[in-house]
Design a protein around this ligand. Sequence first.
Ligand SMILES: [Zn+2]
Length: 124
Amino acid sequence: MRAARPRRDECAAVDGLSAATVREIRLCERRHLWPGAVARALADWRRLAHGPQRRLRPEVYRADCLCCDAVEHRRILDTALTRLPARAARELRSQVAALDDLFERRTLPDPAADPALPWWQRRL
Ligand SMILES: [Zn+2]
């Protein structure tokens, strides 16, 4: 259930992105996601990456509810990064990459994880 979808005027309000990139994100959301998906996923991924260490464990950040599942948040960002035009993707990636680095530094590789999973699902 996605109980807390943002209102339309909150869509894709991501700090530090150019107006052109925000526009591309809106188009991408309309085609492949839903309004506000990217801003929300980025905020949630940022909160996890910068949050307390005790939250950085899959048994804590995984959730049955998609809107609360950190793995789903990162997947949404991946959808945007792979579908946005190059310039917009690059801008968004600069923000996501900083959070990815932090998440990676603060977690450990899971040696038992399925190598077919995306990297962010192979961390402990
Ligand atoms: Zn939820």
